[in-house]
Design a binder for this molecule. Structure first.
Ligand code: AVJ
Ligand code: FE
Length: 435
């Protein structure tokens, strides 16, 4: 379990902030100013917006709300308020230029490190166990994933590189699906020091027995759906999903194209054959839902996903992660942008859940059947705009984290959400069925 002594928490917060900034630099120093200020897709902000937004949120949440200081540049706050300007309009704003944005974020960070050294990490709700420092590190890491999505949407010569994941170590799983027994389990958390408001509080859920895929759905399996006419048969599709694929002439995951009888994909500027054994990536909730129906199955609910990931049937406890309570290590999961792709299905046997479900954490975000809703006893903290304003039927929950998620922003309880049409995100899925 996490070491929550104040000294350890202070070091953990400092390390998490430094790691996030190193990643931000790696994503923004590899391209020139034109690439930082350009809008690579109307779905995304210019990279230079993310950069200054990271600094601006850090200033708001730590320097103003914790330390009570006046804003360094109050006139820029509205530019970097995500609710005031939709992404498509951000390039037209009088944004800080790349050098100015870097300097601003660095200036905020210097003051935040001073604050971290002098502030007791207990006493007030915001500071308890260094929460706001941890939240700010997670916020920056989430924007790093967003910036990595922008890199994926960007066309032109590749600028990012990383080694490929190792092939599967050890034998493949024994069965393609796992039976999760019915009964209560503890969902969510009240103990995890840096868990965000939407993961709280821990509460008991009754979940009936169900079967779940041992591994995420692969490109090979998904190609069978395409080859069987999956995209041309309305039987498999929710009405809005069918409308979307017809209106936009969608017939494969985003970034795929068919050439000379073969599926190719573009991945961070490189075109390559679609690898059969990798989890499918860049599918919408509608595509995941349609595939599952075609396969005679369904998406797991969010509670089923979390039970498969955390429930230990021997002790009855919920674990922090599928493998136990230890923080993620490289042998457990493909996290942290160590690789620029998911690992093949069947990797990370050391990261399996007690019942043998694999790759729940890392590789690809997994769409669930569930709408993004508050848990019983939810309290917005520290601000309504983090989660509460997104609750409702328009957003679907994704679980588990992708290769682009840092361990600091990943837990068995972590909840992500997006619109069901989204496919530029690092999204895949696995399927389930009733017993
Ligand atoms: C949790 C990924 C949906 O990017 O919109 C970033 C995270 N919140 N800044 C998003 C977030 C505020 C959020 N997601
Ligand atoms: Fe943000």
């Amino acid at each position: 379990p996490a070491d929550i002594r104040p000294g350890a928490l202070r070091e953990r917060a400092a390390a998490a902030l430094a790691a996030a900034r190193a990643r931000t630099a790696g994503l923004t120093d590899v391209v020139g100013d034109p690439d930082l200020t350009a809008q690579h897709s109307p779905l995304m902000s210019p990279l230079v917006w993310d950069l200054a937004h990271i600094g601006n949120q850090e200033e708001l949440w730590l320097l103003r709300n914790v330390a009570g200081r006046a804003f360094m540049r109050p006139e820029i706050n509205s530019l970097y308020d995500a609710f005031q300007h939709p992404r498509a309009e951000r390039p037209k704003l009088p944004l800080l230029g790349p050098e100015e944005a870097r300097r601003y974020a660095a200036e905020v960070r210097g003051r935040v490190f001073d604050l971290l050294e002098r502030t007791p990490l207990e006493g007030t709700a915001l500071l308890e166990r260094g929460f706001v420092f941890g939240m700010v590190a997670q916020h920056e890491q989430q924007h790093d994933e967003t910036m990595l999505i922008t890199h994926q949407l960007r066309t032109g010569a590749p600028v990012l590189a990383a080694p490929d994941p190792a092939p599967p170590q050890g034998p493949p799983p024994e069965a393609p699906e796992v039976l999760v027994p019915g009964g209560p389990f503890t969902m969510g958390t009240s103990a995890e020091p840096w868990a965000l408001d939407n993961e709280r509080p821990a509460h008991v859920r009754e979940v009936a027995a169900f079967w779940i895929d041992t591994l995420p759905v692969t490109n090979a399996a998904y190609q069978a759906f395409i080859a069987d006419g999956g995209y041309t048969d309305p039987r498999w599709w929710a009405a809005e999903g069918w409308e979307q694929i017809r209106a936009h002439d969608i017939g494969a995951p985003l970034f795929w194209r068919r050439e000379a009888g073969q599926w190719l994909r573009r991945r961070f500027g490189v075109t390559e054959p679609v690898p059969d054994e990798e989890p499918v990536l860049h599918v919408s909730w509608y595509e995941a839902d349609a595939y599952a129906r075609w396969a005679g199955r369904r998406l797991p609910t969010e509670a089923e996903w979390e039970k498969a990931a955390r429930h230990d049937p021997v002790t009855g406890r919920s674990r922090r992660y599928p493998w136990g309570d230890a923080d993620p290590a490289p042998e457990h999961a493909n996290l942290g942008q160590r690789h620029l792709r998911p690992a093949r299905a069947g990797c990370y046997p050391a990261g399996a859940s007690p019942l043998g479900v694999r790759q729940l954490i890392g590789d690809v975000w997994e769409w669930t059947a569930s709408d993004f809703l508050p848990y019983p006893g939810f309290r917005a903290f520290p601000y309504r705009e983090y989660s509460e304003v997104f609750f409702g039927p328009e957003h679907k929950v994704l679980r588990g984290g992708s290769f682009a998620v840092d361990p600091v922003a990943c837990r068995g309880t972590f909840r992500n959400w997006d619109l069901p049409v989204r496919r530029q995100i690092f999204s895949g899925f696995r399927t389930a069925r009733d017993v």
